[in-house]
Design a protein around this ligand. Sequence first.
Ligand SMILES: [Zn+2]
Length: 361
Amino acid sequence: MIISGNCKNEKNKMLKKLTDTNNNKLKQIKSKFSKTIRFDEIHTNEKQLNLDRMMQLVNKDVKNIKNKNKRLTKCPICKNSNLIFFVKKFEFKMDKCQSCGLIFCNPYPSKKQIYYYYNSEMKKFENDFFIKSFENRLNIFYPRIEIIKKYRESGKILDIGSSIGVFLEALNRVEHNFRLTCCDIDKDSCDKLKNRYPKVEVINSDFINIEKKPNYDIITMWDTVEHIVDQNLLFDSVKQMLKKDGLFFFSTPNTDSFEWMIANTEHVQLLPPGHVNLLNIKSISTLLKNNGFSLKNHFTLNPSLDIDYVLKLKSKEKKSNVRQESYLLSLLSNNKFRADFESILKKHKKAGNILVIAQKN
Ligand SMILES: [Zn+2]
């Protein structure tokens, strides 16, 4: 084919435009999936200032509600009886299993206490800061979606604990071939989701009341597992709702991490009766094994949050009384050291939030 000079120019221009557009698209996608997330972006200032006060206020009333649950003498996950007192937080005692490392409310709060908590001002407070940090929180979900896509290209997903729908919105903003059903116990959150996304199926229910049939290829639970008292019941229910070889993706605080090693009993995520079970990869592996799952993989994706949180926590203290800790903190204020340290935490899976991929056996 003979192309005249003019045509050649036009063609080159078009090709360049196309390449530029593709490059820009690629850049946008890359920045979406590799963005460093900072603590202040996802935890509003208002939340950081008022969380403790709100928790104390609500738990004053929770304390007065009857709790007939007995203190457990064995770890609910690994059944070991070597439990030690960990911390008393907002009127709840928490123990730590010396074998699998699970930190849990002992005794667990009663159903009435939990109901009161989730229908108190705390829920509104929580939803408010979720709404205010909604756009920034999307950045946590893009890499999670990329990981899901590596395991499955299409299928039916059930998202348990959808809340205000950050996962749903993130999924809407990328290309995908999944069909999503959202589920949440909170009626108000479900009503809002139905209004905002009329085409999406929304189930307003406790996970325990969803039909126990193998209807889904994938079940997701984002930062929800730690809120559930009976972990075995949860994992068993999820298994029953998954199709053969179905996948369970969930994220939860990781107590075997840098930020937990430093913050320990002062960690901001010790939030009973909201957070009642705080896990790590050892307790998670036991849970999966005991409930018919195999662990496919796990990641800790956002080490920057660990470092921001630790620096924030330590800046409140007048002076660190441990020399090694002071030294580490001074090193972390060097950006190059910090970047290298973040890669190490990510590589060795020691950041404070863990993403687990499990498959039904
Ligand atoms: Zn245990």
